[in-house]
Ligand binder design. Sequence first.
Ligand SMILES: C[S@@+](CC[C@H](N)C(=O)[O-])C[C@H]1O[C@@H](n2cnc3c(N)ncnc32)[C@H](O)[C@@H]1O
Length: 324
Amino acid sequence: MGNTSPKLNPELVYDLFGGIFKPQIIRLALQLDVFTPLAAGSTSAEQVAQSCHCDAIGIKSLLDYLCGLQVLECHGNIYALTPTAATFLVKGRKAYVGDMILHYTDTALFDNIQQSLRSGKPSSLGEDFVQDAWLESYLPWRIPKSLEMWQAAGISTEHRENLRILDIACGCAIKSLALAQATPTVRVTCLDAADVLVVARDLAERMGVESQVAFEPANLLDASLGENQFDAILTGQITHYLTKADNASLFNRVYSALSPNGVLVVDCPMAADKPTETTSFLTLLLWANSGGAAHSFEMYRAWLSDSGFRHIKQLSQRLLVAIK
Ligand SMILES: C[S@@+](CC[C@H](N)C(=O)[O-])C[C@H]1O[C@@H](n2cnc3c(N)ncnc32)[C@H](O)[C@@H]1O
């Protein structure tokens, strides 16, 4: 008992770095590309090792670990990709997300954050929005959750035919496509970079709503959004990436694009009075990236009322609505 003290918390210290091993070993597996030889069919550790020019005993340990993570399956000495690995981890396949994982696990990312902390200047973190969109597009629970979000925001399609929605920085657009799928008269315009819209189009086809959707490749920082064109506009998980000046400019253009009584839905992390792990992590990351932050509701209220919005309401820690 002499070595212990109730004031010390060694568990906390283990927790500070314990999560590093899984991502770094997945990184190794992607770099050695153990998934490509398995994409041709189930095979032995020796065959994978030969294809990857690696040691067979070491590769067997790595493949066993990947089985433990449910990325692979194994029957005796024969290994196979799970459907998840076959979809997301085989280089060259449509929904491959290995580049995103390699990017997030690269020390260069953290060197850039350190550089920003020293200099006070943003440095690009180079997020892979396309691969992120592919992953998101296959999350089935997103559909009911998105319908809950629209309902919470007061967007009811029951008494409203032909609702026109603009989804700014839509990613795979699952949030607005969910509403289009639930109500065939809803029309959605998806705005994002052209390569991300490839994912949104693919998802619209999978959901059977492509005839209800238009795709608008544009840079939200300066795109003209038109006048009185939409009944609702969603900005989902984007405004915390933006600086104060960029948000103020975006909300001015969003206001013009909405029809009278149109609804703006902002889905984003908002800072609370006390910093939480999630909001302060996002603020650090996005400040280093581009000068963004988990801005507070008060900040949003100021931008929105300056743009002319009324009835600006915070519905939860990550949802607010406002009316034109
Ligand atoms: C975190 S994702 C959010 C996706 C989706 N809206 C959601 O709520 O999950 C951010 C999206 O913003 C898009 N984006 C970032 N900067 C942009 C810009 N300047 N112009 C257009 N889209 C942009 C990215 O391509 C990405 O799809």
